[in-house]
Design a protein around this ligand. Structure first.
Ligand SMILES: *Cc1c(COP(=O)(O)O)cnc(C)c1O
Length: 451
């Protein structure tokens, strides 16, 4: 184990070493697992934390086994340069998005920006809000890779928006949106940005963006358990929530997380949060007025003067009755992520993604759905021209499975504005063996798997 590098420290670990360490943390990994974007492989310590918490609940009673999630919150928040108090745990990325956007106070006629790669369930929610509350949806133009066109965004922002939602990396396309630039333009225009980091947290750099809120999920690139999602809302500090002044760059600090003890980690995360606070597009008060919970709950609200009143910070969104075992497991996964080194993990994933596209693009006529050098490990493949895409994707997935390779198939409903046909998705986790990618290339090319 390396020593604690301190805030801003680089990550000395190379990509081969981080891949080996990732494998070592797992006593078994399904050999051909290439579906981290669907559901990653949790480590032994993550499983132990989940089972350990369930045991404690049995031994001392469910409500007696209090999970200390403070360190988990700090470590998670540090990935976007925020505080522990900005984190709310929910049951999925979808639940977090519904709590956040469903509860956003948007007057009739409000304009909500989105892009065509928007995740299917978020789009459904936006459409419902538009229909029921008289909100106008404004699509921000993208380029041929479905990457946000920053000049067009500038124009849309100048025309007036009340909120912008963007998936940092989509489920069906491995393009990394220019989130820092989007964040900067939104802050300059005073427009709150909600960044969907379900496919980007733990995968690509999520520091230095300064969004009003982030929604994410445990089981994908953070390799936590299923059944946990979260939102991080740094703009809601509220009374007693600390100052809103501070530095501007959460990125380097967030990477400074080392394999320190829980105590050191908590302290450091606190400092990190203060560093990053200056980001909010409006004051905590301003955002607090528009951000409330969709469904006020006893866990997240108090009765004040006969009225439900949201708690300060992101706590207003958190579900109180939940799998604390799964939340504990996510906490361990996030600490492991920091211990392995976020920068080294990102470099490893970018390397695997580029390797995968170079090997797979063109195999049997399948084509990569993003630029070959895109620095992400979400690799999508479109069926050969002339093939029935639904059947081709299904059949390729089945042939891969028969060869013990687990890949994803992404239906059109996942991103209905951006997809005309389903795609095959290859998303290696950091410990993936390149041989799995070679084997998949042979399958797509119709060659014997063991050639
Ligand atoms: C998976 C995903 C979600 C939803 O997360 P769940 O935990 O499955 O609800 C949202 N957005 C994107 C881009 C995703 O990939």
């Amino acid at each position: 184990m390396r020593g604690h590098p301190g805030p801003g420290g680089g990550d000395p670990r190379g990509t081969a070493a981080v891949a080996a360490a990732w494998r070592t943390a797992r006593s078994s990994v399904p050999p051909g697992h290439l579906d981290a974007a669907g559901c990653n492989v949790p480590s032994d310590r993550v499983l132990d934390a989940v089972v350990g918490h369930l045991r404690r609940e049995r031994e001392v009673g469910g409500y007696g086994a209090v999970a200390d999630l403070g360190t988990a919150r700090s470590a998670l928040a540090a990935l976007v340069g925020a505080h522990a108090r900005d984190v709310a745990f929910l049951e999925s990325g979808t639940a977090a998005t519904a709590a956040l956007l469903g509860g956003w106070r948007l007057a009739p006629g409000s304009r909500v920006g989105h892009i065509r790669t928007e995740y299917g369930s978020t789009l459904m929610l936006l459409r419902r809000l538009a229909a029921e509350r008289g909100i106008r949806l404004v699509e921000v133009p993208v380029d041929g890779d479905s990457r946000v066109d920053l000049d067009a965004l500038r124009e849309v922002l100048a025309g007036g928006l009340d909120l912008l939602t963007v998936p940092h990396v989509a489920s069906h396309r491995g393009v990394v949106q220019p989130a820092r630039e989007i964040g900067r333009l939104c802050r300059e225009a005073g427009v709150p940005l909600v960044l969907d980091v379900c496919q980007s947290l733990g995968h690509v750099d999520t520091g230095g963006i300064g969004a009003a809120a982030y929604v994410g999920t445990s089981r994908k690139w953070l390799a936590g358990p299923r059944g946990v999602g979260f939102l991080i809302a740094p703009g809601l500090a509220g009374p007693g929530g600390g100052s809103q002044e501070g530095g501007r760059n959460g990125r380097e600090s967030a990477d400074g997380f080392g394999p320190a003890g829980a105590d050191g980690l908590g302290r450091e995360a606190d400092g990190l949060g203060r560093e990053a606070d200056g980001f909010g597009p409006t004051s905590a008060d301003g955002l607090g007025r528009v951000m409330d919970a969709a469904a006020p709950s006893l866990g997240g609200h108090l009765w004040v003067g006969g009225q439900p009143s949201p708690l300060a910070g992101a706590a207003r969104y958190e579900s109180a009755e939940a799998s604390m075992a799964a939340r504990s497991g996510l906490g361990v996964a996030v600490l492991e992520h920091h211990a392995l080194g976020p920068a080294a993990l990102r470099a490893r994933l970018a390397e695997l993604g580029v390797t995968a596209r170079r090997l797979l693009d063109g195999a049997g006529g399948w084509r990569a759905g993003e630029p070959l050098d895109e620095p992400s490990a979400v690799v999508t493949l479109r069926p050969p021209p002339g093939a029935d895409p639904v059947a081709a994707v299904e059949e390729a997935g089945a042939r891969a499975a028969a060869a013990s390779l687990l890949v994803g198939t992404v239906p059109v409903a996942r991103a209905p504005l951006d997809m005309a046909a389903p795609v095959l998705r290859v998303s290696p986790s950091p410990g993936a063996e390149e041989e799995s990618l070679h084997a998949l290339a042979r399958i797509l090319a119709g060659r014997p798997v063991s050639a």
